[in-house]
Design a protein around this ligand. Sequence first.
Ligand code: GRG
Length: 302
Amino acid sequence: MEAESYLKMTAAAVEKRADKLIKNRTRAYPLLKKAMLYSLNAGGKRIRPALMFASYSLKGKDFRKILDAGCAIEMLHTYSLIHDDLPAMDDDDLRRGKPTNHKVYGEGMAILAGDALLTDAFYHIVEGNSEINAAFKAKAAGILACRAGSNGMVSGQAADLENEDFYSKGYSKKRLSSILNYIHSRKTSDLIIAACQMGCALSGDRENFSNITSFAENLGLCFQITDDILDVTADKKKLGKSGSDAKNRKLTFVSLYGLESAKEMAELSWKKAFGAIRRLKGKKDAVSTLESIARFVLGRDR
Ligand code: GRG
C-alpha cells in the first residue's frame, strides 16, 4: 500500500485506541491525563507505529492485533518529544504546530506527562495485544526498553546535550563526525529500529530480524539527515516546530557537511535501506508498504 494511505489508516487506528487507553486509566490524576492527551493528540506523522505494523505484516496477520504495541511506541516517542522541548533541553516553544507541553501545563506537569507516557507504554505492550503470545510481547518490551534507555535514545540525548556548543571545542572534523554518528544512531535510529524489530518479534518472525534491522538503521539515518535538512529549508509552519538547530549551535549533518553533501548522504542511506528491503521474506504487500514508507521518509516536507 502507498505510504500516505497506510500512514493515514494506521494513524487513525492508533489515535483512536491511544485516546481510549489513556482515558481508561481511571486512577490517573485528571490534569496529568489532560497533559498526556494534549501532546499525544497534537498530530505527528505516526511513522514508528506504521513501521511496526508493516514489519509485523511480513509474517503476521491483521495489524490491529498489535495495535496497543503501536500506541505504546507512539506514547514513548511523545514522551521523548515533551522532554526534549523542555527549557533544560532544547527549550522549544512549538511542537507539532502547537505550543509545547510545558508552555501549556508548566514544566513540572510536562515532565510528569512524559514520565507517565514512558511508563504506561510498557504496561500496554505487556497487558494489551491480547491475541499475541506472551513470550513475543516480552521480547518486544525488552527491545523497546533496550533501544529507548541508557543503551539507546537517552544516551543519544545525553551526548547531544553535552555537545551543543561544538564550535567552541576545537574538535577535528573526524571527531565531530564520530560524535554525530553516536548521537543520531541512538537518538533517532534506535526508536526506528525498535519499531521494526518489535513488529517482527510480535509475529514470532526470526527470519527477517537481521535484514529489518539493517533496513531500519539506514532508514533512521536517512530520517535524521532529512530532519536536519528540513530544519534549515522547510516552511516552519508546515514543519510544526521552530527550527532551533542553528539557534542552539547544534551539531547536525547540515552544519558539519553542508546542505548539498547532507542531501547526498540522505540519498545514499535511503539506497542502502532499499537494498535491505529487497532481502526481506514474507507478504509482498508488506514489503511494498515498507518500500513506500522509505520513499516517504526521503521525500517528506514536515
Ligand atoms: C528526552 C530522552 C529524551 C530523548 C529525546 C526524540 C528526541 C530524543 C528528541 C527530539 C528531537 C529530534 C530531532 C530527535 C530526532 C528524532 C526525530 C527526528 C524526532 C521527530 O520525529 P518525527 O518527525 O515527529 O516522527 P512527529 O511529530 O511526526 O511524531
